[in-house]
Design a protein around this ligand. Structure first.
Ligand code: BES
Ligand code: ZN
Ligand code: ZN
Length: 510
């Protein structure tokens, strides 16, 4: 999508639709909102008539379409809710509602009135960023396999008008920066939505190679032979039931400053999780194509790092395998030896994410000696039960990582909630026959015993675990409670969050 910044007032533009915002007013409030004056003139009295009828009150999710009598397009008035609860997330959602409402309605260009959104302490740049996120992510649809398309908004201009003319330089910079990131989220969603017959571990390796070529990143792909030489028994065990062999993919962005920190991002890339011999129940099993979302988000973060030329060096590790049952599949009772020599007792082949990550985490910790490791994984159903479909679980014992990631989460609107990690959880993953076991007989604190398991492979490096099982994708059941910029399918969760964290969200951004 194109997002130009325009100095003119939105009503002056020749766009197919103008989008403006309205704060919520009480039922008894009679005075017509001043900030709709220009739109009121353009509508030749239609908006004030609707106001008098109490048709528009500015409630959240209220969206009213007016057709300009001069036939120069439409005016969309979107409700912003109460002033006291206004923030960037309200703008993201309003912008998304607007572009979604216009889908299939012949509107190609939209003009957002920035002064209507840069209010109540939200600076113009922050409002512009929120419009970019809402418009670009809200317009997204996975269309690769569809033969017909509705046609949607292709250009969302941000109009400064007289009020914000002086902010032009700042708004332009913020818009370009946010657009680059939002486009990377779109790129990420397109890969994460690919079906499992197509997005095999080998295919993800090809995509990583293409990305590396385009952005001059270093890429290494470890195939099953190399993984065996390296002693990555976890990757091999999980992939052993599939005819598509596992791949560990390592991407390296060198960083903008020479003596900067190195952050490793490790992603779970199960291209399809049937559960293996511990087979999952049938209903909704197709959703398990999204079990690669951690790895695909890692690709997105590397792409964003290179596009935005961020300061730290970033090493991305994608642990890719397909978890299927077959005569060659790994089984409950098996003991596997991982990259760092630790052994895992397999009790449940459906707890495969932690098994592939064990090799990835140990490999990156030992090889790169990073300052920090962040892992991203659709790891447990327990995360979804605990936090729902919108919020990721954060587990870390490092305060700096916790504070930095929570600050980035507040900035990008990707909800994160910190969970504890104690010796209770660590004791629970000890095994009688091996060093650790991949499942416990009593299913308590499933998200946290999984985290305790991962912790034993990071070699003491400061580490944060993001269990994104809930927010990585939306399904038809929960879609209606999700923000309007998350359509059905992969969300690209964590790409904006981790990229902003890497940029130093907690210290340098508004
Ligand atoms: N991929 C699943 C977790 C998951 C569930 C992701 C729902 C997204 C939505 C994972 O591999 C899994 O099956 N975990 C098991 C672990 C258990 C067997 C210890 C789970 O959470 O039930
Ligand atoms: Zn599983
Ligand atoms: Zn899984």
């Amino acid at each position: 999508m194109k997002v130009p910044v325009d100095r003119r007032d939105a009503v002056e533009a020749a766009a197919d639709a103008i989008v403006t915002g309205l704060f919520e007013r009480g039922e008894k409030d009679e005075t017509f909102p001043k900030n709709l004056a220009r739109e009121e003139t353009a509508s030749r009295g239609l908006i004030s008539a609707a106001w008098k009828r109490k048709e528009i009150r500015g409630k959240r999710r209220e969206l009213t379409v007016f057709h300009r009598p001069d036939t120069r397009g439409r005016i969309l008035v979107v409700g912003l809710g109460p002033r006291a609860r206004f923030d960037a997330e309200v703008v993201r959602r309003a912008a998304a509602e607007a572009v979604r409402a216009l889908k299939g309605k012949g509107a190609r260009t939209v003009a957002f009135r920035l002064p209507a959104f840069a209010a109540e302490g939200l600076p113009a740049e922050a409002a512009a960023r929120a419009i970019v996120d809402g418009a670009v992510l809200g317009a997204y649809e996975f269309v690769k396999y569809r033969s017909t398309s509705d046609g949607g908004v292709e250009e969302a201009a941000i109009h400064l008008g007289e009020e914000l003319a002086r902010e032009e330089a700042l708004v332009k910079k913020a818009t370009a920066d946010e657009l680059a990131l939002a486009e990377t989220v779109v790129w990420t969603r397109d890969i994460a939505n690919l079906p499992p017959d197509t997005a095999t571990p080998e295919r993800l390796a090809e995509i990583a190679r293409g990305l590396a070529k385009e952005f001059g990143l270093k890429v290494t792909v470890f195939d099953e032979k190399k993984l065996a030489e390296m002693g990555c028994g976890g990757m091999l065990a999980v992939g052993s039931g599939s005819s598509h062999p596992p791949r560990m993919i390592v991407l390296e962005y060198p960083g903008g400053s020479r003596r900067g920190r190195t952050v490793a991002v490790v992603g779970k890339g199960i291209t399809f999780d049937s559960g293996g011999i511990s087979l999952k129940p049938g209903p909704r099993m197709g959703e398990m194509k999204f079990d690669k979302c951690g790895a695909v988000a890692t690709l997105g973060i590397l792409r964003a790092a290179a596009t935005l030329e961020i300061a730290p060096r970033v090493v991305g590790v994608l642990c890719c395998a397909e978890n299927l049952p077959s005569g060659s599949a790994y089984r409950p009772g098996d003991v596997v030896r991982t990259f760092n020599g630790k052994t895992i007792e397999i009790l449940n082949t459906d707890a495969e994410g932690r098994v592939v990550l064990s090799d990835g985490l140990a490999y990156v910790a030992q090889t790169y000696k990073p300052d920090e490791i962040i892992d991203l994984a659709t790891l447990t159903g327990a995360e979804v039960v605990a936090l729902g479909d919108d919020t990721a679980g954060l587990v870390t014992t490092d305060e700096r990582l916790a504070q930095g990631l929570l600050a980035a989460s507040a900035l990008t609107g990707e909800p994160l909630w910190r969970m504890p990690l104690t010796d209770f959880h660590r004791e629970m993953v000890k095994s009688e026959v091996a060093d650790v076991r991949n499942s416990t007989e009593i299913p308590v604190a499933g998200m946290l015993t999984a985290a305790a398991f991962l912790e034993s492979f990071v070699g003491g490096v400061p580490w944060a675990h993001l269990d994104i099982a809930g927010p990585a994708y939306t399904n038809v059941l929960t879609r209606r409670w999700q923000p309007p910029y998350q359509g059905v399918g992969a969300t690209g969760f964590a790409v904006r969050l981790v990229t902003r964290y890497l940029e130093g969200a907690s210290t340098t951004r508004p």
